[in-house]
Design a binder for this molecule. Sequence first.
Ligand code: NAP
Length: 307
Amino acid sequence: MGDPDYDVIIAGGGPAGLTAGLYTSRSRLKTTLVEKMVVGGQVATTEFVENYPGFKNGIMGTDLIQHMEEQAKRFGLEISFGEIENVNLGDNQLKLVKFGEKELSCKALIIASGTKPNELGIQGEKELKGRGVSYCATCDGPFFKELDIAVIGGGNSAVEEASFLTRYAKRVYIVHRRDKLRADKILQERAFNNEKIELVWDTVLDKIEGNQTVEAIEVRNVKTKEVSKIEVGGVFMYVGIKPNTEFLKGVLSLDERGFVITDDEMKTSAPGIFAAGDVRVKLLRQIATAVGDGATAAFAAEKYLEL
Ligand code: NAP
């Protein structure tokens, strides 16, 4: 068998993958990072980042990612584009990664493929996707100027993006299934103090209505069981995330939700495969924790290759 194409392949170009690439490149390991579409992961669709240390006044998500990408490339990281379809463990010494027309081999693989937004699966969601139903406020917010819109969920994404959307929308309803938000306290304070935001507590979304575009949502109060309609021109869904691990089923141990199980050295159930960032089972999914995972995974991969 010939030499592998790469020492390390990294799947995914968010903060975890780019940090892993920075570290492996500086360790002079021949590395390519495979990204599906646009480098940056969730951060690329985050307007402003203010909880990543080192930027005292915060930084635009796209700027932070550009810095990370340029920094890693400066040390030799290659970036390839394509969606990974499968990973073949081969004889355990050599991993084969197939994406598009290509199949590349490597000695160590770092999974940093992140997550994607959950869908609720309710009536009207699929039908009106892209016509008022959105999963990305930074991408679609400007289309909702002077409209009333709804944001579904009570986590960091929902509350942060609801505040962002008040730049455009006339009114933003945050529809949350409980009477307490999950989001960080500082994000909650901003939402409570924003006169364009209205909290709709203890309420779930049953249906999205509209002909060509979204016209209203049907919601249900889970305590009173009362069903009502709110007229809105758009619905932003932030009801949690699921991991991008379809291509790893049967290859690695995943938890019941599909997140990759690792130890604290980012080792997965397969020798020579590591995982970093939001895609793995972990307590806190933040840029700060993703870069730590990326550095650890790269270091662990280097140690593995030295064996
Ligand atoms: P999340 O933290 O899992 O929150 C999802 C929200 O959706 C929760 O409020 C949840 O309600 C609600 N929800 C879940 N399933 C639902 C359903 N079937 N019907 C109605 N509501 C439902 O997800 P996220 O906000 O997308 O954040 C993902 C990760 O990224 C988190 O770790 C988050 O901290 C991180 N993040 C951080 C920042 C930041 O630091 N600025 C920004 C964005 C994201 P319950 O609360 O009742 O469970």
